[in-house]
Design a binder for this molecule. Sequence first.
Ligand code: HEC
Ligand code: HEC
Length: 625
Amino acid sequence: MVMSKYGKYKWVLMKGFFFLYLSLNFAFSADYLSPSSILKSPDEKVLYIACSTASKVIAFNVEKESVTKTYQLKENPSAIVVSRDGKYLFAGCPSSESAVYVVDIETGKTVKKLKTGHTVKALLTSPDGKRLYAVNQFNNNVSEFDIESGKETRKFPAVREPIAADISPDGKLMVIVNHLPMGRADLGIAAAAITVVELDSGNVIKSIQLPNGSTDLNDIKISPDGRYACVTHLLSRFHLPTTQLDRGWMNTNAKTIIDLKTLKILNTVLLDNVDRGAANPFAIGWTADGKYLCITHSGTHEVSIINFPMLIDKLSKLPEQVDHSKINDYITVSKTVSDVPNDLSFLVGLRTRLKLLDSDKCPRSIAVIGTRVYTANYFTDTISITEINTQNPHFKSVKLAPQKEWTIVRKGEFYFNDASICFQGWQTCASCHPGDGRVDGLNWDLLNDGIGNPKNTRSLLFSHKTPPAMSLGIRETAYTAVRSGIKSILFTVQQEDVAHSIDEYLKSLKPVPSPYLVNGSLSKSASRGKKIFNQAGCAECHPPPLFTNMKQYNVGIKGEFDKPTDLFDTPTLIEVWRTAPYLHDGSADTLKELFTVRNKNNQHGITENLSDGQLNDLIEYLLSI
Ligand code: HEC
Ligand code: HEC
């Protein structure tokens, strides 16, 4: 058969359409929503949900319990807030120069686009509705915008990776959550802090350090009466060798209550039970009357509903010290204020712990309307609706989109964040490797290299490409480390499929561009530093592109727990800007000291003759990698 000229065209055209159809289909099938933020409209009739992998915000009608509108954006939003008059939606899309889209809720049109810092994590508005605040995780600050002009007016400094914030109802104070601890990890004390800003003056008036071992802080919400702020976090028992999980031996999951009148910690209360961990407490919501404090557990797929007045009452009755004149009470665990952070039974009778339906995994955001709790579930693209009725709680699950089959990477990301693969749900891989397989800022005494020699948590970025694994290279590859992590840190036995998908997830991780880059390029100082890097012999052991030759050395940096024969794995330097503290034992909190006090014999590159300026350039380069 001879095809006419026209026929040929038709055939090519059809083929084109077919491929277009296939590729569109493919694009849509990978299009998970991954809801990361849920927020109610001022009239409480609509819930807005930021879909962090689908470039959209969806509006969910509370009465109809269905999606009624979609706001398409050009980027993936992970933070949202609605203007106090209910007219505009602000959607923050994280990147190295994050955008905040200002969308007219009625028309769905983007009316303005504001530029904020590196990786916007949360947005909030002032009570008078005039200002917008954007929490910039990797710039370690919060930007303030005048909503009308769209201009940035002030910046408030935080400590390390601010991730959430709240403003008191009177508009006077802002409390900012720092995700990770700052400083050395080998001194026995490591804990993240809450930064308190007085909004009138713009001054940081206090940094409230949480109890020792506090890391992975996730959310903070002030009670409706403005008296207390509550923050979710882990309380890590990093001093103990990691021999077991029972009774919160390694990681406990907690909330800390801060009295906003005194700006002091009222207490830290564990969310776990004696024989059941409540891994990865995430989002916080209050009922409007302040009676119930609701917390999601992303790791165990649960919601805790806590009777707050009863909790405050119980806490306020505890003495500072034991009264020895009274008969000893053998039943109560917490006899004094300082017993509470170790008491796994403190919430008994004050809290209802609710497991979401099997269709609902990883609740990472929460909204409370009346006595209904709405959680948006990250991995399943669903909303769970729970009625606060402590006698007879009932749930509902609503699909936000048709359920899509998980790719292997998605499955791995889920397991990495899933405490169901951990004995009694105490922790997840993400408990110690938060922020997509990075670091918690702590030292842990894992048993693979013997007992009594704690090591700083390593980032898993490029771990599979840079064997061996662990700072003593004790695991041949990351593949082995993943499997032994499940067995010896989560203390369970899982199908190979679980480890295999975690491998694929970790292999899919991409570096985040350094906040030290200027318009995506090295600054002048960093460019000079790059030359010094080569001259000082750094590139011999840290050659690009992975910045490691994958060999082990003694570079003259040994601590009291190291053996004379120990040789350390040369780490990649990619993202070294976010992996402090440094070295295998977390004993250096700045890069500068590595090449001054810690490198006296030029065993770690030749740095002795560098001037202050050259050293600063070298560090600027390292921080830009
Ligand atoms: C209790 C905290 C903790 C938990 C939970 C944890 N890790 Fe780790 N992980 C560490 C520490 C600490 C290191 C570094 C140890 C060293 O250098 O010897 C590490 C190192 C690793 C490494 C090697 C990185 C490298 O390139 O050297 C891999 C891979 C890893 N972890 C995977 C996992 C996986 C997968 C899970 C969950 C199954 C997990 N980890 C859970 C603390 C933890
Ligand atoms: C002989 C090989 C070698 C040379 C040369 C070398 N390094 Fe290293 N580097 C290492 C090893 C091994 C470690 C790990 C030490 C430890 O964990 O205690 C390390 C650690 C580091 C770290 C800490 C990373 C972290 O995450 O903890 C930085 C930063 C670093 N090197 C930068 C440099 C620079 C800059 C130079 C040049 C001045 C240099 N290195 C030269 C082998 C080398």
